[in-house]
Design a protein. Structure first.
Length: 460
């Protein structure tokens, strides 16, 4: 049913700038005015019989269906907004006024194209939201999720990825992706990586529509698909290109335009700034919590983990332990072989300590040659003693430094919760004192032959 059915009125309706649509109870168009072609790109004849919901951007379909059900239930709407995909793939923002005719069992609606206004509003809102996200996101993954939501309000972003480029290692990674990335073929993933590499190299955006991959290099032509549409924008900053934003559309979804590319380019600068800010925050946080030499948690982070572990252990009425250790005669290593060798020794000891404990345990460097091992959820006190024996055996194995095979022995003090204290400071103090008692009573030998004041053997 088209204009012939409404002939007396259709001539006037077709002069309106807003579109008039009539939809039946199944959600199919049974009448549209001439303005629909300007707004949606389809002729009236092409729209008749189409399911209204199938033209809606996927992200807006659920709330569009909810609004339609409310209208059918007798609640007219004057300013419902959603997005439609035009025949050419472009996305248009529509504001609807609609009501249900119970007598005719039809939904009558007026559609106004508000794309330009919404884009201007969305741009300002997006810039503000990205800036806020840089402050509120807990980490990079949370930031990427927020950026995806923000860009999804500007463009169709069902298939969205963030590519990050590590210039120092010349490596490209995809820490965030949605859509069919997991199910994509190896060839498809190669395409994304190749396109991103080109965008990052040239610092220029790419907009590839159906068929345009044919003009690209051979490895891209292999996946040329008339259904594919790519929009890839570099994340440029004053330091260089740190990555790219990747959007992919299909024949049943959005086709991106030059205007979309300009829009995404505009917000990408703010996105790059937000990512760099979050990366800097992560680096500063890591520097504040981890030892720069060994990469182990530092004193401050150990205290935080110890307090949390104590709280869990109290709730569960369990047991835990602290091992406090230092390296006997470590000063002689620095004096005889130099501080570089001493640093290498500390790094090797740190690695050996980590291999001696479980993933849930914590190995921390307190400073100098002192380390603390936090053992959570132990069943018996003997567990702590066994770990101490394992550490003593591992640390005392020869270490090659400066062409020499050095053997160094640790002194280890053990504190048990709740036997030796119920608070963090009590346990640390007990373990520290136990460590010094062992050190005082040990013979402090860490090799078999003297060399410049340090006992060591020639490396074999």
């Amino acid at each position: 049913m088209h204009a012939k059915t409404y002939a007396p009125l259709a001539r006037f309706i077709d002069q309106l700038l807003d579109a008039i649509c009539v939809v039946d109870g199944e959600g199919r168009f049974i009448f549209v005015s001439a303005a629909c072609e300007r707004i949606f790109g389809y002729t009236p004849e092409e729209m008749i019989g189409k399911v209204m919901l199938e033209m809606v951007v996927p992200e807006d379909r659920a709330r569009t269906l909810q609004a339609a059900n409310e209208i059918i239930a007798g609640h007219p709407t004057l300013d419902f907004e959603n997005r439609y995909i035009r025949k050419d793939g472009q996305v248009v923002h529509i504001m609807w006024s609609a009501r249900w005719s119970e007598a005719d069992q039809l939904r009558i609606a007026v559609a106004r194209d508000i794309t330009e206004r919404k884009q201007a509003e969305s741009m300002q809102a997006a810039l503000y939201a990205i800036s806020e996200a840089a402050h509120t996101a807990e980490g990079l993954l949370s930031l990427f999720q927020l950026i995806h939501q923000i860009i999804g309000r500007l463009l169709s972003a069902t298939h969205f990825s963030v590519a990050m480029y590590d210039e120092s290692n010349d490596q490209l990674s995809f820490p965030y992706y949605t859509g069919d990335h997991d199910e994509a073929s190896e060839l498809q993933q190669t395409t994304v990586s190749t396109l991103c590499a080109e965008v990052i190299r040239t610092r220029k955006s790419l907009l590839l529509g159906p068929g345009s991959l044919a003009s690209r290099p051979q490895e891209l032509r292999a996946v040329n698909d008339s259904n594919l549409c790519w929009l890839i924008v570099p994340l440029n900053s004053h330091k260089g290109t740190i990555g790219a934003l990747v959007l992919k559309g299909n024949s049943d979804g959005a086709r991106y335009t030059e205007k979309d590319k300009e829009l995404l380019q505009f917000v990408s600068t703010q996105v790059a700034t937000a990512i760099e800010r979050k990366q800097l925050h992560a680096r500063l946080k890591h520097m504040a919590q981890y030892d720069g030499l060994t990469g182990l948690p530092n004193r401050g982070l150990l205290y935080d983990r110890l307090k949390m572990a104590l709280a869990r252990t109290r709730r569960e009425q369990g047991q835990m332990s602290l091992l406090y250790l230092d390296l006997n005669n470590f000063k002689q290593v620095n004096d005889s072989l130099g501080h570089v060798a001493g640093d290498e020794l500390l790094q090797e000891v740190a690695n050996r300590l980590k291999r001696c404990v479980r993933q849930l345990d914590t190995v921390a460097r307190m400073g100098g040659d002192e380390f603390v091992v936090l053992l959570e959820n132990i069943e018996l006190p003997e567990h702590a003693s066994n770990v101490a024996k394992k550490i003593r055996s591992a640390v005392s194995q020869p270490i090659k430094l400066e062409g020499r095979s050095l053997c160094i022995m640790p002194s280890i003090g053990i504190a048990l919760y709740p036997d030796h204290g119920e608070e963090a400071q009590q346990l640390l103090r007990y373990a520290d004192e136990a460590m010094y008692f062992e050190k005082k009573n040990s013979d402090n030998l860490f090799a078999t032959r003297a060399y410049d004041g340090v006992r060591m053997e020639s490396a074999s």
